[in-house]
Design a protein around this ligand. Structure first.
Ligand code: PLP
Length: 283
């Protein structure tokens, strides 16, 4: 695989980053994951806008313009012959003497990108649905910034797996915040889609935004508000959204079937229309 590190395309074995990189020492970095379908980028513009916001919130300089980042994304797709999978992009505050103070403003940020070929569109889990275990949300209070501090979400997913589930939903004061790496949604008996409103408590998912718009255009009533774990367990349907899973039905929460215990019609329809729109608008 060819990867991109600070201005150069290199074989992955030759890519290097300083041991003093603040991403490595302080998790002082942000990232984006953009999906590739049929060799094209999905929702690229919104991902780059969120990257700019994450950088701004952390007072971190941008390593490249959106246009340059597009060129690099496409450069990796071409070099790796990527048809379907992900492009991971990480920006850190760069290498500096280890100090809790941020380094001088002229410190060069580090920019790393790599690709991961994966089956996404025809993932078997989309047909069977996934099982969720609830785990306390013990992350920091600025989850709207897409930082590389992923230790707790990783622990939460391990905990879910150890309980026989596929993924975790993070819960705070009885309320579902989001999944370990996705946004959480439920559908009530009258067909209303309920999803947590945007705040510092959750990541402002690009797929969440796209799916909510498509749902509303399709005549689904959408309510952006908090919902409890109990409400989710008693919902007619549940699903998660993310760049890599699109719309993924949830069929079980803490061992209790959601609705009929099979992927719901609204989740299945939203997956279909999301993928159709993704194909249409891919660049
Ligand atoms: N929430 C969290 C915590 C995430 O890590 C992610 C994606 O990685 C999402 C939600 C979904 O965001 P997106 O749809 O932009 O991939």
């Amino acid at each position: 695989r060819t990867v991109y590190v600070n201005g150069a395309y290199v074989p992955e074995e030759e890519a290097t980053i300083s041991v003093f990189d603040r991403g490595f020492l302080f998790a002082d970095g942000v990232y984006e994951v953009t999906t590739v379908l049929s060799g094209k980028l999905i929702d690229f513009g919104p991902h780059m806008k969120r990257l700019a916001r994450s950088l701004g919130e952390l007072d971190m300089p941008s390593p490249a313009s959106e246009e340059e980042l597009l060129t690099i994304h496409r450069g990796l797709v071409t070099r790796n012959g990527l048809n379907e999978g992900l492009i991971y992009m990480q920006v850190t505050r760069g290498a500096a003497d280890r100090d809790f103070m941020f380094p001088p403003k002229d410190t060069a940020p580090s920019l790393v990108l790599f690709t991961q070929a994966m089956v996404l569109r025809d993932k078997p889990a989309a047909r069977t649905g996934i099982r969720i275990a609830s785990v306390p949300d013990l992350r920091w209070a600025r989850r709207d910034i897409k930082t590389v501090q992923l230790l707790y979400p990783s622990m939460a997913k391990m905990e879910a797996k150890s309980r026989g589930a596929d993924d975790a939903w993070l819960v705070e004061d009885g309320i579902v915040t989001e999944g370990s790496s996705n946004n959480a949604h439920i559908v009530t008996a009258d067909g209303t889609l309920i999803t947590r409103d945007l705040s510092h408590s959750i990541l402002h998912g690009i797929t969440r935004a796209a799916v909510l718009k498509l749902a509303a255009d399709d005549g689904v009533k959408v309510e952006e508000r908090s919902f409890t774990l109990e409400e989710a367990k008693n919902a007619s349907e549940a699903f998660v959204t993310s760049a890599s899973t699109f719309v993924m039905p949830v069929v079980e929460i803490d061992g209790q079937p959601v609705g009929t215990g099979t992927p719901g019609p609204i989740a299945r329809r939203l997956r279909e229309i999301y993928l159709a729109e993704a194909d249409r608008s891919a660049i």
